[in-house]
Design a protein around this ligand. Sequence first.
Ligand SMILES: C[S@@+](CC[C@H](N)C(=O)[O-])C[C@H]1O[C@@H](n2cnc3c(N)ncnc32)[C@H](O)[C@@H]1O
Length: 263
Amino acid sequence: MRGEGAYGYEQLADSNLKLPAGAEMLWYIIGNISHMSDNTPQIRETGDGSHTLWLAGMQESYHSMHGAITESKHVFIHHGLDYFRSLNNTGEIRVLEVGFGTGLNALLTCQYSQDLKQRIKYTTLEPFPLDWNLAARMNYGDLLEHPQISFWFKELHITSWGQIEWLNPYFSILKKQETIQDHNSAEHYDICFFDAFAPGKQPDIWDLKVLEMVKRMLVGQGLIVSYCAQGQFKRDLRTLGFKVESLPGPPGKKEMTRAMLCS
Ligand SMILES: C[S@@+](CC[C@H](N)C(=O)[O-])C[C@H]1O[C@@H](n2cnc3c(N)ncnc32)[C@H](O)[C@@H]1O
């Protein structure tokens, strides 16, 4: 389950095998354990009734099995966007998301921007985009209450990669089909939604060098928010000079992490 150690990844990561970097690593590892089971994402219902995707070969889900929508709202909307707004009176919030995945965080952020009339410029990275035919079967449109929610969800998925699109007067999105390791942007961001697969599954993404890159892209009281509460992750953030908080996690998870840039 997400965030919980499972076989395969840790054993490979702890071994002395020389692994390729970046996106190749995910497929390298999946390839190595592909004999165990199917790697096609499967839709699963989580504790709050909302869907997530399950990768059987990786033994990993895209969200908490205790509740996908509940987790996204708790970690990224409440402890990310709400908190940032409580400290900053800003016309526009610039978000960088690591891992677009199902688009759930983007969808909730789009709704948030419309509800609060808050301009949000959303940049999201995803090396392995999902097929819309799969995403279309997920139930976020049925569970989230907004007349435009299904329209937004489809637009989020079918909109072109590498092009800025406006989904409502307050929300623009730029989807980039690339890894965080390759995201060499001159752009600046206020909040990073760090929503990669768990460190035990994809250790290269949680590397100090990657976190340092993210730090360089943040400005002001820039934040990194993540469902992950791993000790090494928090130590690395402190090493980089962030003020790190361990906050109560969503259902099923004791803690989550929020780190603020200190000037
Ligand atoms: C935990 S899921 C993300 C969940 C997503 N935020 C959502 O709302 O559905 C992790 C995502 O990160 C993507 N990913 C894998 N390697 C990556 C990399 N090197 N850089 C950025 N994203 C990556 C995966 O393909 C997957 O979609």
